[in-house]
Design a protein around this ligand. Sequence first.
Ligand code: WT7
Length: 619
Amino acid sequence: YKSMHRESVQNPKKFWGNMAKQELAWFQEPKKVLEWKVPFAKWFGGGRLNLSHNCLDRHLDGPRRHKAAIVFEGEPGDVRVLTYQQLHDEVCRFAHALKGEGVKKGDRVMIYLPMVPEAAIAMLACARIGAVHSVVFGGFSAEALKDRIHDCGAKLVITADGGYRRGQVVNLKKNVDAAVAASPDVRRVIVLKRTGTVEKLNEIDRWWHEITDHQSPDFPPEKLESEDPLFILYTSGSTGKPKGILHTTAGYLLGAHLTTKWVFDLKETDLFWCTADVGWVTGHSYTVYGALSNGATTLMYEGAPNQPEPDRFWRIIAKHRVSIFYTAPTAIRAFIRWGDQWVEKHDLSSLRLLGSVGEPINPEAWLWYHRVVGGGRCPIVDTWWQTETGSHLLTTLPGIHVMKPGLAGVPFFGADLAVVDEKGKPVKDGVQGKLVIRKPWPSMLRGVYGDPDRYQKQYWSEVPGAYFTGDGAKRDKDGYFRVIGRIDDVLNVSGHRLGTAEVESALVTHPAVAEAAVVGRPDDLKGQAVVAFVTLKTGQKAGNDLMAALREQVSKEIGPIAKPDQIRFAEALPKTRSGKIMRRLLKEIAAGGAVKGDVTTLEDLNVIASLQSSSSEEG
Ligand code: WT7
């Protein structure tokens, strides 16, 4: 590892040039590995390839042809298996259908589907024709979907009549109808029949099966350039609305492919289960692209982990003989709470490797995961990365590195990570600082869709010459990184990223609200809980009804995942002389602690007293 990592960072062109040739299938091999004009990278110039060809066609010549590509289990218990040949055929049929609807290379296509095989099929079909997909998690509201449609200028939306979650039908179609009604540029909505809960379609809608089933199972993959856009995925930042993170074809695929192969030590016989929804980057890179590019079998499960009972995940692992299981610490902490007996009821002997992702994992949760789920025999990989990085950048490699509970691990190949101080100078080992990346890597974001300035400002201006991750970290003497968490105004709630600014702007859309400030509070289960401090317009009355209305408002503007856990009404918010809200103070108050440190820059010192005595109630 050490010599390979050194070589990959010292001579990235050689390392990545070799890897690209060795690991990917090209129609035309790249001529130039990297062009780098800070902060804009172009990888694998002159190369031509297709991601769906890499995930499908290249497996059809040998024994993988009839191997399961996707094993799907719906929440009601329905199971479907698609072999590589069958998945290829479905992707080609749907690619024809998309073409038939007028989708061309470079067009943006919105995907708002439950966790069903058609989500992967839709993504791969877009990749096959060179359309740019933007998947929106089904837990986001109609309003959030509309914002994303407008931001990327999508003309087509793919959805389902519904999906199953916690024993109920999630009415995705209703949200799409509302979003599309406010999006005049959308010309077509394709509707998958999943729940049978929609009987009549609108004029703009077509049933998935009606435009797909009769199509040819062959569709030659578009020969795309390495830097042709592949997808846009929206994620929260410290300011404003969510940003459309743009990833392109070759570099992204290489990152997803190689990390899946090496971090999960993938074998031909593995059944790989990454529990992330395809609406998040983890679902993109690991459930779909990384797994399929490697010719593995990937498991997709539609529903909740405690439906019908808290052992659903263990039941699935035992039934399908899952060998690699990859989930989030927030889920692990919920399993601990539900009790070991739910795990111990099932034969989990098929498991050989476990993974964690999305937030720092506390050592207690790590040890429980290792002992109870892994039976003390499975290595755990704690993978740190971001929507922006496209693939893992910090991890241990199973069989190579010693694991340290609570520490993500060491930099993956090609990753030049450092912990630096305010001035951008590396700090000593053991000292906390900002986590930065000092060299480009193939699966890095290529920008914020439609806003090159924001890309530069958000990521490349905090620390000179380096990409700032937004995270704080410490490195130990062995070179292992402990990621502390976000140090910008981004929250991590149950592994989901939320911008405080986003929640604040949702709150102030309510007519009773004058000002809002949102902070995170440590939470045993969710990692962080959302606490909102709210001041009201004159004449408005604080109370339980308003509290409920405000939570509903956030749910409507963003989605249920953003609902504040606690709303505290206050007379005024503490601000500096320049008018900036003092979040440090609010965080301390939210965490229940006393206000410490220097408060002399407060505009109104009375504010602190008023906040600490403010009415509050748990939501
Ligand atoms: C943020 C990125 C890409 C994974 C899914 C979340 C936090 C992610 C870890 C980890 C500590 C982690 C960071 C990061 N994070 N993985 N293993 N240990 N923190 O992707 O929504 O883009 O969020 O998640 O704070 O910046 P995301």
